[in-house]
Design a protein. Sequence first.
Length: 117
Amino acid sequence: VQLQASGGGLEQTGGSLTLSCAASGRTFSGYVMGWFRQAPGKEREFVARINWRVGTTYYADSVEGRFTISRDNAKNTVYLQMNSLKPEDTAVYYCAAGRYGSSYNYWGQGTLVTVSS
């Protein structure tokens, strides 16, 4: 299984970015796909997740209403649309996959998001 994250970059406060996570190596029905982030000097934290099969979503309070997670079954890709970016959103963002009800056991490489004030 491979998860390839992309789409990070430098954005100004209030701007938008869309991250992509291309998944390969198996079918992901029955899996949950998640986005996590790790800011400098901080622990990795949960951002959002989506149930691949039914599309239900869940967000961290810090991003609720600003970020949207979605998936494209045909492309086997999960997206994280990030709007109204804040400097505190600056972090390396990681995508992850795990069977529903289990821990995340597949991780992609990170993509850096930097939000300037």
